[in-house]
Design a protein around this ligand. Structure first.
Ligand code: 13P
Ligand code: ZN
Length: 280
């Protein structure tokens, strides 16, 4: 299969995965992507014969029972998705209870979904309900400036949120609800899957300490854009620090005025956070 004759539902992931590689976010097999498929766009895909038996999930997810997802494969390089989509991504469907999944398409010849599947699917369950079925995309990636921040600074959710808002004047508009900070946990574990889904219930971005970031949105472009914005803010802050010291920054009042101007509600805990030590 070539990029041109890939099924329509694969085109969005081809664009996003290629962009993630170009941004320098996706070294080796770093990062993974999932998209909850819309039957109105893809058809019901009933022509695909199941390629595997049902594989039980760690936790049943009735909120996404019966749904189909396009998911990147474990160990696959995102930069290869545009070249060989059928090897590097696949379609899975959940059973009627949301307790198990099976593979319907892709992952050629004998691949499997990402090792972060639980984090993706648990996130999809909460974002589907919380967004009234609007949000369909989840991206995990190793955005380097956000990761570097977790080494350079002692962070928590309100302080990370405010630092990013202060480091790029558009950020409070892009993510007024803030950015969740998730202290280090084992990748691929049920614990980090639960913490990530819990974070994405409240916010569209969650930074994993020493590892990367998760984002959600109505489609892959929206989730990609949020990571791009947050990582750029982190980059600006780190560049200013590398230039000597951060002599000045957006004040709390200025951030609040930007939020008011663009008619978004900035997370009060973020606005109240004390970030003075980051600018000392
Ligand atoms: P996978 O290759 O299993 O998707 O894992 C990549 C990754 O980034 C794990 O956190
Ligand atoms: Zn990762």
């Amino acid at each position: 299969m070539t990029r041109e004759d890939a099924p329509v539902f694969v085109r969005e992931i081809i664009k996003t995965s290629g962009d993630m590689w170009m941004k320098g976010w996706a070294e080796a097999n770093g990062g993974n992507i999932s998209l909850r498929l819309r039957p109105e766009k893809t058809g019901d895909l009933s022509g695909f014969a199941p390629k595997t038996d049902w594989i039980p999930l760690e936790k049943a997810l009735p909120g996404v029972a019966g749904e189909k997802f396009l998911v990147s494969g474990t160990g696959k390089f995102l930069r290869n998705i545009p070249l060989f989509p059928e090897k590097n991504v696949g379609v899975i469907e959940l059973d009627a209870a949301g307790a198990a999944y099976r593979q319907l398409w892709g992952f050629e010849p004998d691949g499997r979904p990402t090792s972060e599947l639980e984090a993706h699917l648990r996130s999809h369950e909460v974002i589907k309900a919380a967004s009234g079925n609007v949000k369909h995309a989840v991206i995990h990636t190793h955005a380097p400036h956000l990761i570097a921040l977790t080494y350079a600074l002692a962070l928590d959710t309100p302080r990370l949120t405010k630092l990013l808002w202060q480091s790029h004047a558009e950020c409070v508009v892009g993510f007024p609800e803030g950015v969740e900070f998730i202290p280090w946990m084992m990748a691929g574990s049920p614990e980090i899957a639960a913490a990530t889904a819990d974070a994405l219930l409240r916010r569209n971005l969650a930074v994993w300490q020493f590892h990367g970031v998760f984002a959600t949105g109505r489609n892959l472009d929206a989730a990609f854009g949020l990571i791009d914005m947050a990582d750029k803010a982190a980059q600006i802050y780190l560049m200013a620090r590398a230039a000597g010291r951060v002599a000045c920054t957006l004040t709390t009042d200025q951030v609040a005025r930007i939020a008011a101007n663009f008619k978004v509600t900035a997370d009060p805990a973020g606005l109240a956070a004390d970030t003075a030590d980051y600018f000392a």
